[in-house]
Design a protein around this ligand. Structure first.
Ligand code: ATP
Length: 449
């Protein structure tokens, strides 16, 4: 994990937020390569959830919503984590996450073992960030708004709008990606748990008697999506929530609860949640219908009945996804005795740079010209870069380290003899000679993106 955190900083994937001021706890910035990786993950999700399906449409809703949304959804009353304080060190912890908390203020009588904290009784701490809206100086009930803690409610309150404008019939889904905020008691582990994070969520509306079946289907679809993009099967697992972990909406006896896709994060002592797939039954639509006075049903022309659909929700975090893709892609390989390379074996679809064009001799104008023209052409089709700031061996290593699937090298022979270039494969390090006028199609074809 330390190697990945350091690679993220060194190569511009992730920076600490406000670093020049000493950082701001649990907030991160995504650098030039991080932003590409993140966008590729989101595009891959959107492509499989929206573009390739005809039963799901997208939406983008506002982060600030009417405060009644959060009363109706149950978040004001129940979106809480159990908070405990230590009376000695004043530390604050999430009671359900820690069994033994060593207290830094109680040095141990036995070497290496601090005594436990003196914990208060757990009390409910609401995770929603509050803000005030408009030019007001005093906070009162009328000007409070919340930063959304999930994107889901934006989809529920637009259920009727989408139903009529997109002319959908059950079953159908609404998908959204966007930023959510939670005032986590104990954020940490790099980008695993932050107070501001992006989510990718689907609300899939279906007939109540088909919800159990759709729940299973969505667990399978989402599990397969991770495998297809290169996450290792042995690190993924599926776990059903225990009763005491279930969210308020998932406790309904008509539903099938929540199932997590978990991943063996190296910093956790047991697999941790990567994505949750919940059966939210008809909780949200019923609540919003009640609180808004609007009808939020689907009229079934076959039975002439109004149905309140059940909802299956696969919900993933973009940052947590990115971490998983990086951990599984990270390899250290001994190329020859005493010579190790770091390589990120990203699936081509998510690799931040797809192809790098490198000159063997940067002093030769003819070589550089060929490189630059090729890069310019490639850039119209994919994420390509040109680099001449080191010797070729070093240039290859740099691209390996950020996961670029292919490098194209232009050499003296290219311009003097065969009008061909060398294509190097990141994973096998094999090199092939390909005609210059074919190389674009050759590489794009291999990338398959
Ligand atoms: P946890 O148990 O880890 O707190 P959760 O069950 O509250 O997570 P959900 O409400 O199911 O999480 O949110 C869906 C997804 O959003 C999670 O699987 C995770 O990938 C992501 N997510 C949730 N909270 C955070 C956070 N604080 N930082 C980063 N990602 C998060």
């Amino acid at each position: 994990m330390e190697d990945i955190v350091s690679l993220c900083k060194r190569r511009g994937f992730v920076f600490q937020s406000s670093e020049i001021y000493g950082g701001f706890a649990s907030c991160y910035d995504y650098g030039p390569l991080g932003v590409e990786l993140k966008r590729n993950i989101k595009n891959a999700w959107w492509r499989s959830m929206v573009q390739e399906r005809d039963d799901i449409v997208g939406i983008e809703t506002s982060i600030l919503m009417h405060p009644k949304v959060w009363e109706a959804s149950g978040h004001v009353a129940t979106f809480n984590d159990p908070l405990v304080d230590c009376k000695t060190c004043k530390g604050r912890f999430r009671a359900d996450h820690l069994e033994h908390i060593p207290c830094p203020m109680k040095p141990s009588k036995m070497a290496g073992q601090a005594e436990p904290c003196d914990l208060t009784e757990a009390r409910a701490f609401n995770l929603m960030f509050k803000t005030t809206v408009g030019p007001v100086e005093k906070e009162d009930e009328s000007n409070i708004a919340y930063l959304r803690p999930e994107t889901a409610q934006g989809m529920f309150v637009n259920f009727a709008n989408v139903l009529t404008t997109a002319r959908k019939k059950l079953p159908f889904g609404i998908a959204q990606m966007g930023t959510s905020f939670r005032n986590e008691i104990t954020p940490g582990n790099f980008i695993f748990r932050t107070r501001e994070f992006e989510q990718m969520e689907l609300e899939f509306f279906c007939y109540p008697d088909t919800a159990a079946e759709w729940h299973e289907k969505w667990i399978d679809i989402r599990y397969q999506w991770y495998l297809d993009l290169g996450v290792r099967r042995e690190n993924l697992s599926i776990r059903k929530h225990e009763w005491d972990e279930l969210s308020h909406y998932a406790r309904d006896p008509r539903g099938t609860g929540t199932v997590d896709l978990e991943y063996k994060f190296p910093f956790l002592d047991k697999p941790g949640e990567l994505e949750g797939v919940a059966n939210r039954v008809d909780h949200d639509l019923t609540q919003h219908a009640k609180h808004s006075g609007q009808k939020l049903t689907f009229f079934d022309p076959q039975t002439n009945e109004h149905v309140v659909p059940f909802v299956i929700e696969p919900a993933a975090g973009v940052g947590r996804n990115m971490l998983v893709f990086m951990i599984d892609a990270y390899h250290e390989e001994e190329v020859k005795p005493g010579d190790t390379r770091v390589v990120l074996k990203f699936h081509p679809q998510i690799a931040p740079i797809k192809v790098a064009v490198l000159p063997l001799l940067k002093k030769r104008d003819d070589i550089v010209n060929v490189c630059q023209q090729l890069t310019k052409d490639l850039k119209k089709k994919t994420a390509a870069v040109y680099d001449d700031t080191a010797a070729i061996g070093k240039l290859y290593r740099r691209q390996d380290e950020v996961g670029t699937p292919y490098c194209i090298t232009v050499d003296v022979e290219t311009v003097e003899k065969d009008n061909a270039v060398t294509v190097r494969d990141r994973d096998t390090m094999q090199q092939e000679r390909v005609a210059l006028d074919q190389v674009q199609n050759y590489v794009l074809d291999k990338l398959g993106v």
